[in-house]
Design a protein around this ligand. Sequence first.
Ligand code: DX5
Ligand code: ZN
Length: 216
Amino acid sequence: MPLIAPSVLSADFANLQRDVEMLNSSRADWLHIDIMDGVFVPNLSFGLPVCHAIKRHAEKPMDVHLMIVQPERYLEAFRDAGAAVLTVHYEACTHLHRTIGQIKELGCKAGVAINPHTSVHLLGDILPDIDLVCLMSVNPGFGGQKFIENSYRKVQQLRQMADALNPKLHIEVDGGVNSQNAPLLVAAGADVLVAGNFVFSSPDPLQTIADLKNIE
Ligand code: DX5
Ligand code: ZN
């Protein structure tokens, strides 16, 4: 059974409390929180005050995905805003090993996200030090994009690497996840599924989350 992390990016921001309470009552495991700076990605989402507001209502761990340059400047602030998992982009960190150490010192689980063009093989030297890899299965910046099919292969390759280097590693897939690709991703070795548009645009988000959760 995978962990399910619905992306709050697709929630109704004018009814954020209502949507977070819906997630509290669902079978979701984590809340996925997308932070965009308009520099690392060509879009802005929301920042620290909104994270604090979500935290006041959230009863599940917050999985914070930082799509920002120089994320080391904001790690402590996002921990204080409620992050349980802090994920930074490989492509945004010149001193990734140091940044991962800082995340762990703050008491958070440490994640590294990679864009669709970044090879999983670049992660070999950092894999033993991290808790999670977030494989982007779309180019980050927007919800509701089409899933990139090459992602299955990346999940398989990364799971093989993790078996040797860090068997407890979480492999999270983020972008365009739906009921068609989710079982294939789990079979390939993913154990955390992010889903934004697929959950929030469905007629019955609670059932949609439960269906994802029930994947063998
Ligand atoms: C994309 C974000 C994703 C996004 C996923 O930049 O990192 O977390 O919210 O949304 P869907 O599931 O709609 O592709
Ligand atoms: Zn994300």
